[in-house]
Design a protein around this ligand. Structure first.
Ligand SMILES: [Zn+2]
Ligand SMILES: [Zn+2]
Length: 261
């Protein structure tokens, strides 16, 4: 068992562990992450007001990195511009721009503003030479169109919490994106999504928790945390017919290459 544990090296490519959900047990949560074979994580920004929290987490731990960006559904007082994003991204532990994208499921922010903000983030990612983290919810056509028009291939990026069909995945891949799966790939009804996870090319497959949301089976409904990325990995390893250790090694290598760490 101990040997088996030693071979598992996972990476949570997308989590929000700066949130207040972890105020009472953040150190213990990071300990469980390491004990569970999760060697690193990227803490993803949803606004610019809390970037200092992400920075502090990454500066305090050598297995934590962060991104800068404004979520498509965040009601911002001022819109981020390319210069501001690039300036923040100069931090040596900042590995990506985002999360950004299009969300037609919850339109707190109008589609027009989401689109302008998304374009700004892709331009910043290209300027900064870092990948863009894309949130796409019920907006496949718009997201792909904008990624294509902005020439995202120059910086590449990640379709995070992928929840769409294979057609969307393959078009995103053609544009230069990796595909990252979260806990919803483990949900009983999501056979089609598992079918997508089976088909993504080895070198473009990533995994995440999107903590504190979307805890995978068997923790569904609870607060999520990076240690649970193992359940996402187990599910996808099974679907692809490979060992957990193999899946972990591949996705960790892919995360490190994408984030250039
Ligand atoms: Zn998201
Ligand atoms: Zn997120």
């Amino acid at each position: 068992m101990a040997d088996e544990m030693a071979e598992i090296r996972l990476f949570d490519s997308h989590c929000h562990v700066n949130f207040s959900h972890y105020t009472d047990d953040r150190d213990a949560m990071f300990e469980r992450m390491a004990a569970g074979g999760v060697e690193g994580c990227t803490v993803v920004a949803v606004d610019l007001d809390h970037v200092h929290e992400l920075k502090a987490l990454a500066e305090a731990r050598d297995n934590v990195w962060f991104s800068v960006g404004v979520h498509p559904n965040h009601e911002a007082e001022t819109e981020p511009d390319v210069d501001t994003l690039c300036k923040l991204a100069e931090h040596p532990r900042c590995v990506a721009i985002g999360e950004t994208g299009m969300d037609f499921f919850r339109e707190h922010v109008s589609p027009a503003i989401q689109e302008r903000r998304f374009r700004t983030h892709i331009r910043a990612a290209k300027t900064a030479g870092k990948p863009v983290i894309v949130h796409n919810r019920e907006a496949d056509i718009a997201s792909l169109r904008i990624l294509s028009e902005e020439g995202v291939g120059e910086c590449g990026g990640i379709m995070h919490c992928f929840s769409s069909d294979w057609e969307t995945a393959s078009q995103a891949i053609d544009l230069g994106m990796s595909i990252s799966f979260s806990g919803n790939v483990t949900f009983k009804r999501n056979d089609e999504l598992r079918g997508v996870a089976e088909k993504v090319p080895d070198e473009l497959l990533m995994i995440e928790t999107d903590s504190p949301y979307l805890a995978p089976v068997p923790c569904r409904g609870k607060r999520n945390e990076p240690a649970y990325v193992r359940y996402v990995a187990e599910c996808i390893a099974q679907v692809r017919g490979i060992s957990l250790a193999q899946l972990a090694m591949q996705t960790t290598m892919n995360s490190r290459q994408r984030f250039i760490i």
